[in-house]
Design a protein around this ligand. Structure first.
Ligand code: UD1
Ligand code: UDP
Length: 355
């Protein structure tokens, strides 16, 4: 089968790292990078470190408003789909690159495969929620990472060609976690010790675009009395500068890091404080208490299992959780058995979709 895969943002590179090489064993994959993320440490580092095939096309779309960014992707993707004539289009997750890849495929009557289907925050003001809903409704083959994601789809009437495949990010953590143990020196480089720091990421638009929310988060981290390692997303860096917010000396702000270093920091930290989707799950995989600075999450299983606490951006709630939150429940198997990418490839090859 000839399959076009569209990726463009950091978490999609990591998902493709789990799937792409397996997909290529029996299929011809054309990889398109939209250029949504483009800094070396937001893009190239992942291809170099994780053995992801280099993209056949880079659309170099870059940053911009949703309309400009997505619109440019649509125009350029249509030209490539027309030229390459794929039998299937594969997209991951919920970014603008996901939406563009799916929309062009669907309009051109090329069946769309959505990996990480069925996630819902039930907060339609999130651009990601809008992207996910549309992508799921346009897709012909849907790989849901959990049983709840399957149910969410069924509640919206999407029941055909839906599979609970498990989560490809679990595959990635299992595989690259071992590689990270051998190759990452970040703990030594930062001069920190095992189990003495909190790991934090912040990038969600609802937090960065609102000065009060971002101020509360930074205040909580400044006052938490712990070393905080903060690999800072370029979006957040820009807003922190614009708002004139400052960090206390307990916070070590570093540039975005590669996945191997990230896994290494996750493995050795005390707790994870984040608004990222992927990092919430990685906290679970690494058996670290997760404190989520959002008002809701798509990954409700991690909350139900008591390994993730949703605290919004209330300073007191963040501080109380940093000090007091200790999961007490045994973890359940929620995200599959680490062979999700193999399952996805097998199903793509055995389904009649696109033939
Ligand atoms: C995007 C996704 C989000 C995902 C995140 C992963 C959408 C709507 N959002 O958010 O779902 O969780 O990626 O990290 O698709 N920038 C740089 N260099 C880069 C990339 C971005 O400086 O390489 C800066 C620019 O100022 C840009 C801003 O970050 O305007 C936001 O980038 P963008 O890709 O639009 O959204 P993210 O916040 O990264
Ligand atoms: N990540 C990384 N380096 C960083 C921050 C995050 O490699 O400096 C990884 C992280 O381990 C996870 C993924 O990026 O696998 C999550 O991406 P992000 O938080 O940007 O997006 P989201 O998952 O929220 O869409």
């Amino acid at each position: 089968m000839k399959i076009i895969t569209v990726i463009g943002a950091r978490p999609q590179f990591i998902k493709a790292a789990a799937v792409s090489n397996k997909l290529r064993k029996k299929n011809q994959e054309i990889l398109i990078h939209t250029g949504q993320h483009y800094d070396e440490n937001m893009s190239k580092i992942f291809f170099d470190e994780l053995d992801i095939p280099y993209p056949d096309y880079n659309l170099s779309v870059g940053s911009g408003g949703h309309g400009k960014q997505t619109g440019e992707m649509l125009i350029k993707l249509e030209e490539i789909y027309e030229k390459e004539k794929p039998e299937l289009v594969l997209v991951y997750g919920d970014t603008n690159s996901t939406l563009a890849g799916a929309l062009v495929g669907s309009k051109m009557l090329i069946p769309v495969i959505h990996v990480e289907a069925g996630l819902r925050s039930f907060n339609k003001s999130m651009p990601e929620e809008q992207n996910r809903i549309i992508t799921d409704h346009l897709s012909s083959l849907l790989f849901a990472p959990t049983e709840i994601a399957v149910k969410n789809l069924s509640n919206e009437g999407i029941v055909n060609n839906v599979y609970n495949s498990g989560d490809v990010m679990f595959d990635a953590v299992l595989h690259f976690g071992e590689v990270a143990k051998k190759k990452s020196n970040i703990i030594e480089e930062l001069g920190i010790k095992n189990q003495e720091y909190i790991l934090t990421t912040i990038h969600r638009a609802e937090n960065t675009n609102d000065i009060c929310r971002l101020q509360n988060i930074i205040d909580a981290l400044n006052e938490c009395g712990r070393i905080v390692i903060l690999p800072l997303h370029p979006r957040t860096k820009k807003y922190i500068q614009d708002y004139g917010l400052t960090f206390n000396s307990n916070i070590k702000v570093i540039s975005p890091i590669g996945y191997l270093d990230m896994l290494s920091l996750e493995r050795s930290c005390i707790k994870i404080v984040t608004d990222s989707g992927g990092v919430q799950k990685e906290a679970f995989f690494m058996q670290k208490p997760c404190i989520t600075m959002r008002d809701e999450t798509e990954w409700v299983e991690t909350v139900d299992n008591d390994w993730n606490r949703i605290v919004g951006t209330d300073k007191k709630k963040i501080l109380n959780a940093i000090i007091g939150f200790e999961p007490k429940m045994q973890q359940k198997d929620i995200f599959g058995d680490g062979t999700s990418s193999e399952k996805i490839c097998e199903i793509i090859e055995s389904e009649r979709i696109g033939r």
